[in-house]
Write a protein that binds this ligand. Structure first.
Ligand code: TYD
Length: 675
């Protein structure tokens, strides 16, 4: 069902999200810059090669440690504290810490400066740990449901695309200050200090932006009066037991960890793989490394669009199977080109799984548990990555390279390489994890995945399992729908189709009574009551008239359907479009027309034609009818494949001809000539 405004661009039109997003993009950039600067600083503070390596490693360990120690705890606090205040506080703390590193460095010995750097790294990461779940849990409250996926795409792109930008800026700052430093003493340590100041500034900016943002705080479940608030450990336990009980949460978690492990394995083993299997050098490694990130970017940026209207719960598991299968393929082919291609696909599938996973977590986990979920996810993901990068090279080394002679006579030998074996096993695990996730989360049991995918490949809408054809005629008042409908009916019958012409509201006996109420100028209906009544009429209509006819193979043409509710109750009454869409989806069991014809008419003209005794809806203001018209046009624009827009101010025959031409392409071959 077309819902107006999905995707990243629609999410950005949302002002509150846009503000948060700017702050976030900037502080991600700052974060990477800070990361480069702190590791560079660590190497500057010591002299020998070995101690440089230890110092850099130290910074890395101190940044990873907090997540392992208390990631889930941070998540639990995101559900207890005001999330906006948490974010602002963390940003201010990070601002102060980044600012203090160069300042402390300038007044102490190098050893003290190094110790301070490690401590500050630990604290900065701890602050980020509290910040991330608060942010992740807030995004779903800032954008309407249908825009969450787009919002997540943007967030992920900003988080990772800012890394190369930061690297380029850092390199530029280094060159600049080396050039300046030949003259001015201050710039000797310039790039690092400068980067740290820039970084501090980005956090200050983020703090200010979030501070001014109007963010709903988490709903805390009602507690009987007098009962003490649960302790933090209690709420942590509650989060964990929720995970254990909920197949969706479990499936998502297992799946995301699997996808990450597949990508991590390539990064960890890439160098060895390039050398020992591909017999290549740094260039080959660079190629693999680059293509996995390119793949992730492509998956995140293009995946959701490619998935279209496929159920996200359904495609999550298969995308992990895809990542695993690509990894297996890579482990089997000792060829640089194919390996690079496979690596790209590992990244792309993992990227899709990542966006889809985060979006499902945001959509389907209740607000009050969301912080705990994201907290757990972030720390498990880091542990996952740590384990994979530590264990896989070790395992590959243990297996080593060996040749095994095959039994029987002849010189048949298999040569085995530890790296390939580990990648192969990793890919196999990915496939298994993907299948398990799919089993736990699938929401369309009974419809085969294959038929869903084929339908998507053909770009056909979800037709359901019926042989008939379903057409809806839509538009404002006085567009001439009834005339067109009569002409269309005659034409279809002549071609030998069983035709069912019907309308909303009021095509059934029950519906007729609902209709009387809906159109009675004396009835006082609230917008929500009105929306529910139209939906009730529609539910009856679908069950009693439309579905049975489609099952018989009839061509059903209805005067108005779901889009009327989206335009009149959504755009006209200004109810949330997503709510109205959801209501209709529920009422119709997801039945969507194969074609929607919009007879577009200027309300000034249309209302004049509509007659002297206006019903309750016709009696609405001109502004209302203008909004309705725009609502229809927006719907048509959002799904051009399924809409035909015809200006209704043309001669009747011209309109009819346009209709027939489009319908002819849709209909099964005429029955009369087939006989
Ligand atoms: P009707 O007399 O059937 O209208 P028309 O000839 O204009 O098609 O009246 C239906 C009215 O109900 C019309 O003004 C549009 C309105 N309507 C909604 O507001 N929401 C809906 O979901 C539907 C089906 C109709």
């Amino acid at each position: 069902m077309p819902v107006p405004g999905r995707g990243p661009r629609a999410a950005l039109r949302n002002e509150r999200f846009r503000k948060l997003y700017c702050a976030l993009a900037l502080s991600s950039f700052g974060d990477w810059l800070g990361f480069l600067a702190t590791t560079a600083l660590a190497t500057q503070l010591v002299d020998t090669f070995a101690s440089k390596a230890y110092a850099t490693g130290g910074v890395l360990v101190f940044r990873l440690l907090p997540a392992v120690l208390f990631g889930p705890l941070a998540g639990a606090y995101a559900d207890r504290w005001d999330r906006r205040r948490t974010m602002v506080t963390c940003d201010v703390i990070r601002f102060g810490l980044f600012l203090s590193i160069p300042l402390v460095g300038s007044v102490t010995t190098r050893n003290t400066a190094l110790l301070y750097l490690l401590a500050a790294s630990f604290l900065i990461e701890t602050a980020s740990l509290f910040w991330i779940p608060a942010k992740e849990a807030s995004v779903p409250n800032l954008v309407p449901r249908e825009q969450l996926e787009g919002a997540n795409q943007l967030t992920l792109i900003a988080t990772y695309a800012s890394a190369p930008v930061a690297a380029a800026v850092f390199a530029f700052l280094s060159l600049l200050s080396r050039w300046l430093g030949s003259g001015v003493e201050y710039f000797r340590t310039g790039p690092v200090d400068l980067a740290l100041y820039v970084n501090a500034a980005t956090f200050l900016f983020a703090a200010l932006t979030v501070y001014r943002l109007d963010l709903p705080s988490p709903k805390v479940a009602d507690r009987p009066v007098g009962q003490a608030p649960p302790t933090i450990f209690h709420s942590l336990r509650e989060g964990l037991s929720f995970m254990g009980r909920t197949p969706l949460a479990r499936g998502l978690l297992v799946g995301m960890l699997g996808a990450l492990a597949a990508g991590g394995a390539i990064i960890a083993l890439g160098k060895l793989f390039a050398e020992s299997v591909l017999a290549g050098g740094d260039a080959a490694y660079g190629l693999l490394f680059g293509s996995i990130f390119l793949g992730i970017a492509a998956g995140v940026a293009l995946g959701p669009k490619a998935l279209g209207d496929l159920s996200r719960r359904r495609v999550f598991g298969p995308s992990i199977v895809g990542a695993g299968a690509s990894l297996i393929f890579m482990s089997l082919v000792p060829n640089l080109f194919l390996a690079t291609l496979a690596t790209f696909f590992v990244g792309a599938f993992a990227g899709v799984a990542y966006v889809v996973g985060i979006t499902l977590l945001g959509l389907e986990i209740e607000d009050e548990l969301r912080g705990r979920m994201f907290g757990l996810v972030q720390s498990l993901m880091r542990i996952d990555l740590l384990l994979v990068t530590a264990v896989t090279p070790f395992a590959a080394g243990l297996i080593g390279t060996r040749s095994i002679g095959l039994p029987g006579d002849g010189p048949a030998v298999i040569s085995i390489n530890g790296v390939s074996v580990v990648l192969f096993v990793g890919g196999l695990l990915g496939v298994v994890v993907g299948i398990v996730s799919f089993r736990q989360m699938d929401d369309r049991r009974g419809v085969s995945l294959r038929s869903d995918l084929l339908r998507r490949l053909r770009r056909a809408p979800d037709r359901g399992d019926y042989p008939g054809t379903f057409v809806a005629l839509e538009g404002g008042e006085g567009g001439g729908k009834s005339t067109q409908l009569r002409l269309l009916e005659a034409w279809l019958a002549e071609r030998g189709h069983e035709v069912v012409v019907t309308r909303e509201p009021g095509a059934t006996a029950a519906g007729a009574r609902v209709r009387a109420l809906l159109l009675d100028p004396a009835a006082q209906l609230s917008p929500r009551a009105e929306a529910l009544l139209y939906a009730a009429d529609r539910a009856q209509h679908v069950a009693e008239v439309i579905r049975p006819a489609l099952r018989r193979g009839a061509v059903v043409v209805t005067d108005r359907y779901v889009d009327s509710s989206l335009a009149y109750q959504g755009a006209g009454r200004e109810l949330e479009a997503a709510d109205v869409a959801k209501l209709s989806r529920w009422a119709t069991g997801g039945l969507v027309p194969d074609l929607v014809v919009l007879l577009d008419v200027d309300p000034v003209v249309g209302l004049a034609r509509a007659g002297s005794e206006p019903d309750r809806i016709e009696a609405e203001s001109l502004a209302f009818h203008e909004r309705v018209r725009q609502g229809f046009l927006d719907l048509a624009e959002s799904d051009p494949d399924r809409y035909l827009v015809v200006p209704a101010d043309q001669p009747v025959q011209v309109v009819q001809e346009a209709l027939r031409t489009r319908l002819a392409a849709l209909l099964p071959a005429p029955l009369l000539t087939r006989a």
